[in-house]
Write a protein of this length. Structure first.
Length: 237
């Protein structure tokens, strides 16, 4: 099978991660996966959230937004607070990136990862996690360089990718045209040692068998290995 953009079923879209894309932030990265582009910035604040006071731990959280013309038709700004979909994505980003950090070793700092979608062509939440890890790593390195923490609290790298089934064929890294007609759509978050952080999956009309699901996880594993390598290459720049 050749896909609508010329890829094979097990092929990622072209990936580019540009570190330092927002120079005022403590950490930042622009991640491009095909036509999807997400700007990820990491901001460091002293102190943990109020509900964590006295625990002597830090916190990592995520925020997510679609710019109005990141989509085919204008997306309204969420001026009255994030809607349900946005909240769900923000929680996913926060959970995924907290897995990367020893919060006690971080100390009483809050790191907010803002993920702003400049252009959406499928896989925005997984791109946000993958790029967000690069921004997070830079912010932690910044804290070390200015002497605020003695050693890095990073425990493991984390990345994410989408997989799905279209016309009975398992595909890696769905673009928008594939995602909107997919029989099965999954987002997989995984650490560098192969441990699963989160799997979000839905079968639209036909349920998926365990063997088909394992095929999707194998595809995701392959794609995430490439994304982890792209992260490390960006951090080495």
């Amino acid at each position: 099978m050749t896909r609508n953009d010329g890829r094979s079923p097990d092929q990622l879209r072209p990936v580019r991660i540009t570190p330092g894309a927002a120079p005022y932030a403590e950490g930042s990265a622009l991640i491009e996966m095909g036509a999807t582009r997400v700007l990820c910035t990491a901001s460091v604040e002293e102190g943990a959230p109020n509900w964590m006071r006295g625990q002597h731990r830090g916190w990592v959280t995520g925020e997510y937004a679609l710019l109005p013309r990141s989509t085919l038709t204008r997306t309204r700004r969420e001026r009255n607070g994030p809607g349900g979909r946005t909240q769900e994505i923000q929680r996913l980003i926060g959970r995924a990136l907290r897995i990367a950090v020893d919060l006690e070793a971080l100390g009483e700092y809050t790191i907010t990862i803002d993920c702003d979608v400049l252009q959406a062509d499928g896989g925005t939440r997984t791109a946000a996690i993958t790029g967000g890890y690069v921004a997070l790593t830079q912010a932690i390195t910044h804290l070390q360089h200015i002497g605020q923490i003695a050693s890095s609290p990073l425990r493991r790298a984390v990345a994410a990718v989408s997989v799905g089934v279209v016309d009975g064929i398992a595909l890696l890294d769905l673009n928008y045209d594939e995602d909107r007609v997919a029989d099965v759509d999954c987002n997989v978050v995984q650490t560098a040692d192969g441990a699963l952080v989160e799997v979000q999956g839905t079968a639209e009309q036909t349920p998926i068998s365990r063997n088909q699901f394992n095929t999707l996880l194998d595809l995701a594993d392959r794609g995430i290995a490439e994304l982890l390598a792209a992260q490390q290459a960006a951090l080495a720049e």
